[in-house]
Design a protein around this ligand. Structure first.
Ligand code: HEC
Length: 385
């Protein structure tokens, strides 16, 4: 099980743990006043629940049996190995009726009335239907299959996101990580730079979902599933951090922001949380500008993403602004970061999870991040005991 750290040293921030997605900003205000954040130190993080529901997934005997059943009942319409004939291709990721195990199960049991796809529930036992699905998954020709065939893994990342990713060279720690992953899979890389005014979710739907790449680096793990995307295990945890200049040396945590105006990036989650909790803040066009204002002494404190603060300090060794030690972040301002792949690319996700866990065991992610002056925080764990 992953370990969580409760704080760390170095140029980085010190986020003293814990997160709970469910905590609302309104209740946050109340909590801050009551000084009761500590009560929530042992509550769980929501994780993405999107896995195989097929009890026979990966079972070699079931796959063998499924192969035979498929050829008895299905290949007449769906072609040998399900590559398509009168009926649609079942090897690809295009699903009219949904490609999740439960969708495919429902299609086979009840058929799709009004189409030539009949109901097999009366002829084929439920466990045999699961066998057919277990077999079909082995024929699936998705991103992993295609990448191996070409010898190239196509990576999506956002440009202008240093220290995480950028078109220019060196390209950021996410790009370094993508190179490392592809290398371990024996593949070369190519990149598709995904940009959107709607942030990372917009970029995902314009790139990964449109099959412009096989995987998307640096996706924040959300409480809600992302449309048509599934995520690997997270490879680091991050969040907002509170930064102060020398004049605000007595600021210890967010509660003391009540009598100050805090610099925040415009329309950021940090701004939203502070406003909802009733604090005064001044929005800036970017984290960079917010930090600049604190450095110049226009404002005493800023609330910005930790990665952006680390990067800012990395490029200004003589800066006098500092992260507030011991700052306890609002749970809504902490998140994990993972790699996104298209829904149905379970096999690619499994492979990536394997590589990520090797990299974690070798401490590779902290190493790549430190090359960009960013301190590493392990993914926030659901298991806080
Ligand atoms: C008589 C021809 C026929 C047979 C036999 C048949 N299918 Fe189909 N199947 C179809 C057609 C045609 C469709 C497309 C239905 C539509 O969306 O118009 C379909 C759709 C499907 C879908 C949904 C695909 C999607 O895009 O969502 C699945 C899954 C499927 N079949 C599995 C099977 C399996 C498994 C068997 C054997 C147990 C089987 N079919 C037997 C003709 C057939």
């Amino acid at each position: 099980m992953r370990q969580r750290v409760s704080g760390k040293k170095g140029p980085g921030h010190l986020i003293s743990v814990l997160m709970r997605w469910g905590l609302t900003a309104g209740s946050l205000g109340a909590l801050l006043c009551a000084g009761m954040l500590g009560l929530f130190l042992s509550t769980p993080v929501a994780v993405e629940a999107q896995d195989f529901t097929n009890p026979l997934h990966g079972n070699p005997e079931a796959i063998e049996k499924g192969y035979k059943l498929f050829h008895r009942y299905c290949s007449i319409c769906h072609g040998t190995r399900g590559k398509g004939a009168k009926g649609p291709n079942l090897q690809d990721e295009v699903w009219t009726w949904g490609g999740a195990d439960t969708d495919v199960f429902a299609t086979i049991v009840a058929g799709r009335p009004g189409t030539p796809m009949g109901a097999f529930g009366a002829r084929v036992q439920p466990m045999d239907i699961w066998s057919i699905i277990a077999y079909l998954r082995t024929e699936y020709k998705g991103a992993l299959h295609n990448a191996r065939e070409k010898g190239v893994l196509t990576v999506c990342a956002m440009p202008n996101q240093l220290p995480a990713s950028d078109k220019s060279s060196p390209g950021g720690f996410d790009v370094a990580l993508a190179e490392e992953i592809a290398g371990r899979m024996g593949l070369k890389t190519q990149y598709f730079w995904a940009k959107s005014r709607r942030g990372v979710l917009g970029a995902l739907s314009l790139s990964l979902v449109q099959k412009r790449c096989d995987m998307f680096m640096g996706v924040p793990v959300q409480p809600e599933p992302i449309d048509r995307v599934i995520l690997t295990d997270p490879y680091f945890g991050t969040g907002y951090t509170l930064v102060r200049n020398e004049e605000a040396s007595e600021v210890q945590d967010v509660m003391e922001l009540a009598d100050r105006t805090t610099a925040v990036p415009l329309k950021s989650q940090g701004e939203r949380i502070l406003l909802q909790a009733g604090y005064s803040c001044r929005p800036f066009a970017s984290s960079h500008d917010a930090l600049q204002a604190v450095q110049k002494g226009d404002l005493e404190v800023a609330l910005v993403p930790a990665l952006e603060m680390d990067w800012w300090l990395q490029n200004r060794p003589d800066s006098t602004i500092k992260p507030v030690e011991g700052y306890v972040s609002d749970p809504n301002l902490l998140w994990n970061v993972a790699i996104g792949v298209r829904k149905n690319d379970y096999d690619l996700r499994e492979t990536l999870n394997g590589v990520l866990s090797d990299l974690a065991a070798e401490q590779q992610v902290p190493k790549l991040m430190s090359e960009y002056g960013v301190s590493y925080t392990p993914p926030w764990s659901e298991d806080r005991s």
